[in-house]
Write a protein that binds this ligand. Structure first.
Ligand code: GRF
Length: 185
């Protein structure tokens, strides 16, 4: 059985999409959040996944106590220390076409910048924020006749499709099919 730990600080929509995608597979998920009241705990409870509130300072020690095949960051709003990055295989999802629009508010900054294409990136986690080796990217056109909220919805929808596929690829050596069909793209 594969073991996957998902770290998130907030809403947890990617966490839920991942868990649902693998509902028929033999994967043991663990959810970790540095925020006691984050919605990700509620989603975990609903999906029957064990979730833990682990203060950031205790996260490395917690991860060391577990054996896991992959660590997945899903909206984990922390800059991880070297000891964690060097000792675990970890991936992250980011709502832009990296290396553009690293950091926070990436969708809004892309929308306001005038670029015509943004997207979603899944990458390995490295020392520098949002800079690790890219595993997969999906572009999304920006239509400035549409509201920012519409672009945000599109990006999140793609995230929820792309992230599980990448995890499937990494865990089970499945071919990575990123030909994600979205009617609006
Ligand atoms: C996503 O947009 C992800 O790309 C970014 O943080 C957001 C997390 O959303 N890293 P959620 O908590 O999965 O709903």
């Amino acid at each position: 059985m594969k073991k996957v730990t998902i770290l998130g600080s907030g809403n947890g929509s990617n966490f839920e999409a991942i868990v649902k995608y693998f509902s028929n597979k033999n994967i043991e998920f663990t959810c970790v959040s540095d925020k006691k009241d984050s919605f990700i705990h509620k989603r975990a409870e609903k999906q029957g996944i064990k979730s833990h509130y682990i203060p950031f300072s205790e996260t490395y020690d917690f991860l060391k106590t577990k054996s896991q095949d992959l660590i997945v960051l899903a909206g984990y709003m922390r800059i991880l220390p070297t000891e964690i990055i060097e000792n675990f295989e970890m991936i992250n999802i980011h709502p832009s076409l990296l290396p553009s629009f690293k950091g926070t508010k990436s969708i809004e900054r892309a929308y306001n910048s005038g670029v015509k294409i943004t997207g979603v990136t899944v990458h390995y986690v490295s020392q520098e924020v949002d800079s690790g080796k890219i595993i997969a990217q999906v572009p999304v056109k920006i239509n400035h006749d549409e509201k920012l909220e519409t672009l945000e919805q599109k990006i999140h929808e793609i995230e929820h499709t792309l992230y599980p596929k990448v995890i499937n690829h990494l865990l089970f050596n499945k071919p990575l099919d990123i030909d994600i069909k979205v009617s609006y793209n």
